[in-house]
Design a protein around this ligand. Structure first.
Ligand code: DQA
Length: 153
C-alpha cells in the first residue's frame, strides 16, 4: 500500500487564527480531515504530523524516505532556512512535494528562496488549504508512476 506522510512545520498549528487574510480560516484539523477523506478514497495510508521543532521534522522526513513513503511537506519558515531539512530529503531519498498555503513569491523577498525546492519533486503554492490536496495528488501520481501503476484509477 502506498503511504504518504503529510508533514507540517512551525506555526502551522495556529492555522485558523494565524493571519487569516494570508493563510485562510481552515484549521490544520480541517486540512487533515480533507486529506484523510482523499487518502481513504484512493486507498493510501496517511500519516499526518505537525512540529515546531526542526529536528523532529528532519527525523520525520528521514523515516518517510527510508520507508519508501511519499511526503507532502509544508516546512513553514524552515523552507527558507533549513539546510538540515534539505539534507534529510536528499539523504533519505524521500519523494517530496513542497506545499505552501500562500503564494510565497508574491510576498516578502526572504520567502522567495526555498532551500528544499531543489531536492523536491515540485512545489505548489498559493492555493490556500487546497495546496495540500493538490500536493497529495501530485505526490500520489509520482508514487504510482514509480510503482508502475496507472496514475489515476
Ligand atoms: C508558509 C509560507 C512560509 O513562508 C511561512 O513561514 C509559513 C507558511 C505557507 O504555507 O504559506 O509558515 O509555508
Amino acid at each position: 500500500m502506498i503511504a504518504i506522510h503529510v508533514l507540517n512545520g512551525p506555526n502551522l498549528n495556529l492555522l485558523g487564527r494565524r493571519e487569516p487574510d494570508v493563510y485562510g480560516r481552515a484549521t490544520l484539523a480541517d486540512i487533515e480531515a480533507d486529506l484523510r477523506a482523499r487518502a481513504e478514497a484512493e486507498g493510501v495510508a496517511l500519516v499526518f504530523l505537525q512540529s515546531n521543532e526542526e529536528g523532529a521534522l528532519v527525523t520525520a522526513v528521514q523515516e518517510a524516505g527510508l520507508a519508501g513513503a511519499g511526503v507532502v511537506l509544508n516546512a513553514g519558515a524552515y523552507t527558507h532556512t533549513s539546510i538540515a531539512l534539505r539534507d534529510a530529503i536528499a539523504g533519505s531519498g524521500a519523494r517530496v512535494v513542497e506545499v505552501h498555503l500562500s503564494n510565497v513569491h508574491a510576498r516578502e523577498s526572504f520567502r522567495h528562496r526555498s532551500l528544499i525546492a531543489p531536492v523536491c519533486l515540485g512545489v505548489i503554492a498559493g492555493f490556500g488549504a487546497e495546496s495540500y490536496l493538490l500536493g497529495f495528488d501530485a505526490c500520489l501520481s509520482a508514487m504510482r508512476r514509480v510503482a508502475g501503476a496507472p496514475a489515476r484509477q
